[in-house]
Design a protein around this ligand. Structure first.
Ligand SMILES: Nc1ncnc2c1ncn2[C@@H]1O[C@H](COP(=O)(O)OP(=O)(O)OP(=O)(O)O)[C@@H](O)[C@H]1O
Length: 224
């Protein structure tokens, strides 16, 4: 009979031996990732090291040249996008509500308002996105990502360009999402975010750096 003990939760995302190239330029080599519920993982590394490419592969935005990604549960991707779609008169509430569309589910208006409040944009619900500052847009995109409480939350520099208070708030939201059971992985250059992450995946030249605790934590056997 198996002994009862503390068992790590099963991963909700496993990526094995991921490789990717843009044309003939290699961008990522042989990267393994396991994301488990309740954990915030920082994806760090210098410019051009492959962080955004990795997140796009994990999210399924692009397909790997080699390797595979297995996901359990729904996923939200928060991208770093500074330009607003001026041609579309989308309000903050519209943009956040779009986050509830995936999987045919629609959240209640209360959930949309709650997500807006969490990123401290209450009062700007009817403001067109194009009339927001870059930091406010970034926070609206974060609200879009968290509104449907995804099992997997991937973010590409969600705090880039934010002021100190909004950075702190973003960091707190990622911790809150992990606390409710989401698996969170976040590309960041922010030392404070790296310091508070449960684990860091560090890339250099498209390769994981092993000496920086880049290996996934042990996970329950058989889950893969
Ligand atoms: N669309 C593209 N076409 C060709 N090469 C690309 C493209 N996007 C990225 N690359 C290259 O792939 C490599 C990895 O880029 P990526 O954007 O993933 O790095 P990053 O670590 O996210 O960088 P940064 O910190 O600057 O955002 C870089 O060498 C980059 O020049």
């Amino acid at each position: 009979m198996a002994r009862l003990g503390r068992v790590s939760p099963a991963p909700v995302l496993i990526a094995r031996s991921l490789c990717f190239a843009y044309g003939d330029r290699d961008a990522l080599h042989d990267v393994d990732v396991a994301l488990v519920p309740g954990e915030v993982v920082a994806i760090a590394g210098p410019n051009g090291s492959g962080k955004s490419t990795l997140v796009e592969l994990l999210a399924g935005v692009i397909a790997p040249r080699a390797g595979e990604v297995v996901r359990e549960g729904d996923l939200a991707l928060v991208v770093q996008r500074v330009e607003a779609p001026d041609a579309l008169p989308l309000t903050v509430r519209d943009v956040v509500a779009m986050g509830t569309w995936a999987g045919g589910r629609r959240s209640h208006r209360a959930a949309v308002d709650e997500a807006i409040a969490r990123v401290e944009l209450t009062g700007l619900e009817t403001r067109p996105l194009a009339e927001l500052s870059g930091g406010q847009r970034q926070r609206a995109l974060l609200a879009q990502g968290i509104v449907r409480r995804p099992a997997i939350l991937l973010l590409d520099e969600p705090a880039a360009g934010l002021d100190g208070r909004s950075r702190d708030r973003t960091r707190a939201i990622l911790a809150e999402e992990a606390a409710r059971g989401a698996a969170v992985a976040c590309v960041t250059h922010d030392d404070a975010s790296i310091a508070v992450a449960d684990r860091v995946i560090r890339l250099e030249g498209g390769r994981p750096v092993p000496e920086n605790d880049a290996a996934p934590r042990p996970v329950s056997r058989g889950a893969a």
